[in-house]
Design a protein around this ligand. Structure first.
Ligand SMILES: Nc1nc2c(ncn2[C@@H]2O[C@H](COP(=O)(O)OP(=O)(O)OP(=O)(O)O)[C@@H](O)[C@H]2O)c(=O)[nH]1
Ligand SMILES: [Mg+2]
Length: 349
C-alpha cells in the first residue's frame, strides 16, 4: 500500500491583533438581565467615555464612587442617564469594596449576569458579547479576559507587570484550582448571579487581591471559569497598583487560599485519592526535610559525617513525600471543575 502523501499542513498564522467576535450593539441574549458594575476612583477623566461605550442592551450600569477625590460623581450625575445608578462610599474601601457594593445592588435588581468593568477605560466594551458568550452558552460560571493571547497589545504592558503576572498565574492556578485560566488579575469579568448568590460577599477581599480572592472562592465552590481573549488597553490613565505591594502581599494570601480550598475540598466535604496523597505525602516530606536539616547542621557543627542510615532516613521520606505531593497535584489538575454550577440561562428566542 502506497503511503498517503500527508497534506501540507496549513501554515499556522501568528495570532494577529484580536478583533471583537460580533458587533457590541447587537444584544447577545435578549431577556437576560446583564448589569455592569464600574468601580471608580480617580477616573473622572475617563468615566464618561466608559459609560458611552456600554452597549444599549445592558440593563443597568452601577458606578461605585469609592470616595474619589475628583469630580467623577458630578460628571456621572450630570449625564442624567436613567440606567446609570451612582452608588457612593463615604470612606474609600478599595476596588474590591467598590465591586462588592455593586454586586449587592445587582442582586437587588434581579440581574442574571453581573459584569465588572473598570472606570479607567482599560476594558473595551466592544468585547462584552465575547466575554458573555461562555456564560450564555452554559459553559462557565465566570468568564474573564485574558490579555496574553494578543502579542501586539501585550507589548504595551509594563515588563515588571508581565513577569509578576506570569508568576502570580501559577500560584493562583494552584490556590484556586482553575488550572485552565491565565492572567488571573485581569479585572474584566462576567459572573453568573446564580453563583454570586453562593458566595459569601464578606469574604471577598476589598483591595487589589479582589480578583484573586474571587477566583479562590469560586475554586472552593468548584465553579467553572473560562478565559476569553481580550487585548489589554493601556492609555494615559493613572494607576495606583504597586507591583512591590503585590509581590509582598499576595503570596501569603495565596497560600492561605490554597489551604482553605484543599481543606474544604479534600478533607471537609470529601475524601479522595488526593486526600490520601496529601495526608501521607506532606508529613513524610516535612519529616524528611526537618530530620535532614537537623542532622546536616549537626554534622557541619561537629564535623562528623552523617551515617548512611541517617541520610536514608532523611532522603527516603523526602523522595516518597515529594512523589505523593506531585501525584496529588496531577490528580487535582485532572479533577478541575469541568461543568458550570449554574443552570443554562433562559434566552428569549
Ligand atoms: N486604585 C484604586 N482604584 C479603585 C479604588 N476603588 C475603586 N477603584 C477602581 O478600580 C479599578 C481598578 O483600579 P486600577 O488602579 O485601574 O487597577 P489596575 O487596573 O489593576 O491597575 P492598572 O493596570 O495600573 O490600571 C479602577 O476603575 C479604579 O478607578 C481604590 O480605592 N483604589
Ligand atoms: Mg486599571
Amino acid at each position: 500500500m502506497t503511503a498517503q502523501p500527508t497534506p501540507p499542513s496549513e501554515p499556522v498564522e501568528p495570532p494577529g491583533p484580536l478583533e471583537p467576535s460580533r458587533p457590541a450593539d447587537a444584544d447577545p441574549a435578549p431577556g437576560v438581565a446583564v448589569v455592569v458594575v464600574v468601580p471608580a476612583f480617580r477616573v473622572a477623566e475617563q468615566i464618561e467615555a466608559v459609560l458611552d461605550g456600554v452597549p444599549a442592551w445592558v440593563r443597568a450600569v452601577l458606578v461605585v464612587d469609592d470616595a474619589s477625590p475628583d469630580d467623577l460623581a458630578a460628571r456621572v450625575e450630570r449625564r442624567g442617564e436613567e440606567r446609570v445608578e451612582l452608588l457612593r462610599h463615604e470612606r474609600n474601601q478599595g476596588v474590591g469594596g467598590a465591586v462588592v457594593t455593586g454586586f449587592r445592588r445587582a442582586l437587588e435588581l434581579g440581574a442574571d449576569v453581573v459584569v465588572k468593568m473598570d472606570g479607567d477605560g482599560q476594558m473595551d466594551p466592544a468585547y462584552l458579547p465575547a466575554l458573555l458568550e461562555p456564560l450564555l452558552a452554559g459553559e462557565a460560571d465566570l468568564a474573564k479576559g485574558n490579555r496574553y493571547r494578543d502579542r501586539e497589545a501585550l507589548r504595551d504592558m509594563p515588563a515588571e507587570r508581565l513577569v509578576g503576572n506570569t508568576g502570580l498565574t501559577f500560584l493562583l492556578k494552584l490556590a484556586s484550582g482553575h488550572w485552565d485560566m491565565f492572567d488571573p488579575t485581569n479585572g474584566y469579568l462576567a459572573l453568573r448571579v446564580h453563583v454570586l448568590r453562593l458566595l459569601d460577599l464578606d469574604r471577598l477581599p476589598r483591595d487589589y487581591f479582589f480578583e484573586s480572592g474571587l477566583l479562590i472562592e469560586l475554586g472552593v465552590l468548584r465553579a467553572r471559569v473560562r478565559d476569553v481573549a481580550i487585548p489589554a488597553r493601556y492609555g494615559s490613565e493613572p494607576s495606583s497598583l504597586s507591583v512591590g505591594g503585590t509581590l509582598v502581599g499576595f503570596p501569603g494570601r495565596l497560600v492561605a487560599g490554597l489551604c482553605r480550598r484543599v481543606a474544604r475540598r479534600y478533607f471537609l466535604f470529601d475524601f479522595t485519592a488526593v486526600s490520601a496523597f496529601l495526608a501521607l505525602g506532606l508529613p513524610l516530606f516535612l519529616f524528611g526535610v526537618v530530620f535532614g536539616a537537623v542532622h546536616w547542621i549537626r554534622s557541619i557543627r561537629t564535623g562528623e559525617v552523617a551515617s548512611t542510615g541517617t541520610v536514608m532516613v532523611a532522603a527516603l521520606p523526602i523522595i516518597l513525600g515529594f512523589q505523593l505531593l506531585l501525584q496529588a497535584l496531577v490528580v487535582d489538575i485532572a479533577e478541575r471543575p469541568s461543568a458550570p454550577l449554574s443552570p443554562p440561562l433562559r434566552r428569549d428566542a
